[in-house]
Design a protein around this ligand. Structure first.
Ligand SMILES: NC(=O)C1=CN([C@@H]2O[C@H](COP(=O)(O)OP(=O)(O)OC[C@H]3O[C@@H](n4cnc5c(N)ncnc54)[C@H](OP(=O)(O)O)[C@@H]3O)[C@@H](O)[C@H]2O)C=CC1
Ligand SMILES: CC(C)CCC[C@@H](C)[C@H]1CC=C2C3=C(CC[C@@]21C)[C@@]1(C)CC[C@H](O)C(C)(C)[C@@H]1CC3
Length: 603
């Protein structure tokens, strides 16, 4: 970093965002495009700071020494603490583990420099409002909030309630830990690419899956799918391309655009961005699917043959792929001109292929039209249900049935429930990783527009030509699995969403939480106390219930299950590192308390 004020590795004083508190931090890197310094606190929490929020450590210490003889409200209080308060104090100590070298400009303290390392000067108790993450304004406010949250912010482990000390970070351990953390962060600097730099693997996986998908889809369309009649590795050009199919896909997307921009439904607020701004989203997805369903039924009634979707599956997928590529090129180009505060943290590696794949702009918008939100929640997701419905009609046609098979009905209903639920709770998507942290690039554009509609429908596609009879007990067991999975998925997602939107929601007051240095807290009881990703657990159970109706004779209907396990395990580890970076020791504490990631006692 030759031309920047603070150098990598330099120890400086970083202002805690929104407050007048300064902490000793180490500079990790400087991002020229966003003009932000990434700094690491003593407990491993990383934050991005502007240059004006960083001060030279030397000058700062002189100033704090001169103030050190003045009155120290914090210290006075600590002497007269009752035992109950001591427990709370130890909680806030852990919460404020970052404050290993805190100095307030406005509230002078009496700490000596020698003590700065292990004694938090200021209690960074978490604040309750969703927007309060960075609004520590005065010690008195912090104190008041702390009183208010006393019952909820419990840092003690649930099982050994009496052992509050176990959670305090020992100063000497902290030093050792710091070194490891700094090293880990430095390592992440040298390989800043997501997917652990294994993007080749991800590409290969996607290509491999695409190849299998092609082989499967071609195989199923054969009259005689025997080994002697194996389809060519690549179907002929016409099998991929059909201008009419492209026309239909464009019409479908435009229809969804129209429904999205209609001034119908709620305007929901997204999570606060780095700039503090909160974007508004039109969450009328349920309305969109209802209108789409009416339109589709009316079209079928008018004689439109939806089995076209089955017979032109490949061409429709190619058309969607083309649209997703064009969209990604547009996204990549516009991200080059986007203002720094509009960019996601990833996607700026300098490697064109990686950045194109990962995406750099966080919330690309054309006026109020949010491209990422729209693509994730509308054409592909609603298209998934349309395709499933078309497969049910194709099955009836191909198998000469008066009604779809039980297996087909189950697959259709299960997946419809999943999509309807996603759209009904559309607001909850605003607190997911994709919306909050990830840039919008080829991976998501392709995922939303091609992957979801053309691979999530493979169970229904398979059943068209592979009837699978289900016994009543099997049917009952599958339905039970789906409902239990759905319950876990919905409850856990709603719990987290409600908590992120309003941490002081009275409905959540029974839940234990861990405060973090950022002001946000982590749920440590309820669903998020069972495993670290209860929503993934429910989702996986549902995925199993989607594949079971297709039986075990072919791998294709299990494609989703296999892909989903890989996706969620990878997402979980990506989220783990991201949360570790954000929450530092509080995250470690959460992981110690909630031992398993997705499946209790297994993983
Ligand atoms: N069908 C499909 O293809 C897919 C479905 N999904 C589903 O989408 C849903 C969203 O998944 P995803 O976005 O991956 O992840 P999550 O909704 O689980 O979001 C993870 C975030 O939640 C917050 N968080 C983590 N732990 C806690 C805690 N203990 N207390 C409070 N907040 C916590 C953190 O964000 P912060 O602290 O910053 O708020 C973390 O980054 C899931 O149900 C998943 O199963 C996901 C991918 C694909
Ligand atoms: C092609 C790549 C290898 C992977 C692409 C991943 C995407 C397909 C998924 C990433 C997160 C998703 C979510 C849903 C669909 C799949 C993608 C886009 C979701 C909208 C499905 C419906 C759920 O109810 C949900 C919780 C809203 C999901 C949110 C995440």
């Amino acid at each position: 970093m030759p031309s920047v004020k603070y150098q990598r590795g330099e120890m400086v004083m970083g202002r805690w965002p929104g407050s007048s508190l300064y902490y000793e931090v180490k500079v990790l890197r400087y991002d020229a495009s966003s003009q932000l310094y990434t700094v690491i606190y003593k407990d491993g929490t990383e934050l991005e700071l502007k240059e004006q929020d960083i001060k030279n450590a030397a000058g700062f210490q002189t100033r704090s020494r001169s103030r050190s003889r003045s009155r120290s409200p914090g210290r006075r209080r600590s002497r007269s603490r009752s035992p109950a308060r001591t427990t709370r104090r130890s909680s806030s100590r852990t919460a404020a583990a970052v404050a290993t070298a805190a100095i307030t400009e406005s509230a002078p303290t009496s700490r000596r420099d020698a003590k700065l390392k292990d004694t938090p000067e200021v209690r960074l108790s978490p604040l309750v409002s969703a927007t309060a993450a960075f609004t520590v304004s005065s010690e008195s406010k912090v104190e008041a909030e702390s009183e208010k949250n006393q019952g909820r912010y419990n840092l003690r482990r649930r099982k050994d309630d009496g052992d509050a000390k176990a959670l305090e970070i020992k100063p000497e351990k902290l030093e050792e830990k710091d070194a490891k953390l700094a090293a880990a962060s430095a390592a992440s600097l040298s390989s800043p690419l997501d997917f652990g730099g294994k993007m080749d693997f991800f590409f290969l996986l996607q290509c491999k899956q695409g190849q299998c998908w092609l082989a499967d889809v071609s195989l199923f369309n054969l009259e005689d799918p025997s080994l002697a009649n194996f389809p060519p590795l690549l179907p002929p050009f016409e099998a991929f391309w059909d201008a009419q199919a492209l026309g239909f896909v464009i019409l479908w997307v435009l229809f969804q655009v129209l429904l999205y921009i209609l001034p119908v439904g709620k305007l929901s607020e997204g999570m606060p961005l780095r700039s503090g701004e909160r974007l508004k989203y039109r969450t009328n997805g349920f309305f969109a699917i209802a209108v789409s369903a009416v339109a589709v039924v009316a079209a079928v009634h008018q004689g439109v043959d939806l089995t076209y979707i089955h017979s032109h599956f490949l061409q429709l997928a190619t058309a969607s792929l083309l649209i997703s590529v064009l969209l990604s090129i547009y996204l990549y180009v516009r991200s080059r001109y986007a203002a720094p505060e509009q960019l996601a943290l990833g996607g700026n590696s300098g490697n064109v292929v990686y950045d194109f794949f990962k995406g750099h702009e966080l919330n690309p918008r054309i006026k109020d039209f949010d491209l990422k939100f729209f693509c994730e929640m509308r054409p592909g997701l609603i298209g998934w249900c349309l395709i499933n419905f078309a497969m049910a009609l194709a099955e009836m046609k191909e198998q000469s049935l008066n009604a779809p098979s039980y297996s087909m009905i189950l697959v259709n209903l299960f997946q419809l429930l999943y999509v309807l639920d996603g759209l009904w709770n559309e607001e909850a998507i605003l607190t997911t990783m994709d919306l909050m942290h990830d840039g919008f690039g080829f991976m998501l554009a392709f995922g939303d527009l091609v992957w979801v509609p053309f691979t999530y429908t493979l169970q229904a596609y398979y059943l068209v030509s592979h009837p699978n009879l289900l016994s009543l007990p099997a049917l009952a067991a599958i339905v039970t699995l789906k409902l239990v999975g759905f319950y876990i998925f919905r409850k856990s997602n709603s719990e987290k969403n409600a908590f992120r939107r309003n941490p002081s929601d009275p409905k959540l007051s029974h839940l234990k939480t861990i405060p973090t240095a950022t002001g946000k807290s982590l749920l440590v009881s309820g669903w998020w106390g069972v495993v670290r990703h209860p929503n993934y657990l429910g989702d996986l159970m549902m995925a199993l219930a989607w594949s079971l109706p297709c039986g075990f004779s072919h791998l294709l209907p299990w494609h989703y299950m296999i892909y989903f396990i890989i996706l969620l395990v990878h997402r979980d580890s990506r989220d783990m590192s991201e949360c570790r970076r954000k929450y530092g020791s509080a995250w470690d504490e959460y992981c110690r308390t909630v031992r398993y990631r997705i499946i209790p006692r297994v993983y």
